[in-house]
Design a protein around this ligand. Structure first.
Ligand SMILES: C[S@@+](CC[C@H](N)C(=O)[O-])C[C@H]1O[C@@H](n2cnc3c(N)ncnc32)[C@H](O)[C@@H]1O
Length: 273
């Protein structure tokens, strides 16, 4: 059984693990072992199937899902995340071996694990993160793309809109949480055609309106196929988006040779093959 080393810390501990995207098969041996040996497991997984699978591994699995706004309730996701972190920390403070099992990679576009680990360490508890298979890892596999071929950039879609990020159109661009792009109140779980039109116009500075983009949703059950929908950029405002949609914008331009650097290195274009 894996252990956290640090004899000077208090008794409680926290490990944040990733369960991957696809039910039961994308979790590491180590992460599964942490779940099996935990006193308490907090979970945020794609669906009831994944939740019930976790419950076969440990008898005390507590879903974090109820901290999200329920029914007609209006609640900031900031409050939701604070409450999740406090629930996790309270169990650690009770001296328990706590595991937080989050779908995908627990620390990729996911703040709860980072906040909880920082807080736990600040209070003198042992805390760490185990990596998991993220949506992005599934995307490269399902689309047959090596991001190293031309490089890639990843942004949270709303952050991309609100701040002056500069995409490099010679690389792959990933926009996460496209389903809530431009949503600034942190209370809604959807975007709108108007907001997506603003994004299209923003992207048009670097990409032609007819440039092919890809809406991607990894399968979360072994019986499912991934969603891979190709469409022109201009049609994004009319696309069906969900909480699990990720937008991939492939390069619109070829890589450009940096002649200055090649000259300094004494390399010719022909040497690059
Ligand atoms: C809060 S982030 C969590 C990401 C997660 N930690 C991971 O490692 O994949 C939620 C965003 O991840 C992406 N995502 C989550 N599930 C996905 C899936 N099944 N397929 C594609 N993208 C997904 C979407 O961009 C979604 O809006």
């Amino acid at each position: 059984m894996p252990t956290l080393q640090n004899s000077t810390c208090h008794q409680g501990s926290l490990v944040c693990v990733g369960t991957g995207l696809n039910l039961a098969g994308q979790i590491s041996v180590l992460s599964k072992s942490y779940i099996e040996n935990a006193d308490v497991v907090f979970s945020l997984v794609p669906d009831g199937f994944a939740q019930r699978w976790l419950e076969t591994l440990n008898s005390d699995v507590r879903s974090l899902q109820p901290y999200y706004a329920q029914g007609d309730e209006t609640k900031s996701r900031r409050d939701t995340y604070d409450q999740m972190v406090q629930a996790i920390l309270n169990a650690v403070r009770d001296g328990k071996k706590v595991v937080c099992a989050l779908y995908g990679h627990p620390g990729v576009f996911a703040c709860v694990s980072h906040f909880a680990i920082e807080l736990a360490r600040g209070e003198g508890y042992r805390a760490k993160m185990e990596p998991g298979i993220s949506a992005e890892a599934c995307l490269w596999a399902d689309l047959g793309i090596d991001p190293g071929h031309s490089g890639h950039q990843s942004f949270e879609a709303s952050q991309f809109m609100f701040y002056k990020h500069t995409p490099d159109p010679t690389t792959h661009l990933l926009l996460w949480q496209i389903g809530i792009a431009g949503e600034h109140t942190l209370t809604e779980f959807h975007t709108s055609s108007d907001r997506l039109q603003v994004l299209v116009e923003q992207l048009n500075e670097w990409y032609p309106l007819d440039h092919e983009i890809i809406l991607y949703e990894a399968a979360t059950l072994p019986v499912q196929q991934p969603r891979i929908d190709k469409l022109p950029l201009k049609n994004l405002p009319f696309a069906q988006l969900s909480a699990i949609s990720t937008l991939l914008i492939p390069p619109s331009r070829k890589l450009e040779i940096n002649h200055d650097i090649l000259a300094k290195l004494g390399i010719t274009v022909a040497d690059l093959g």
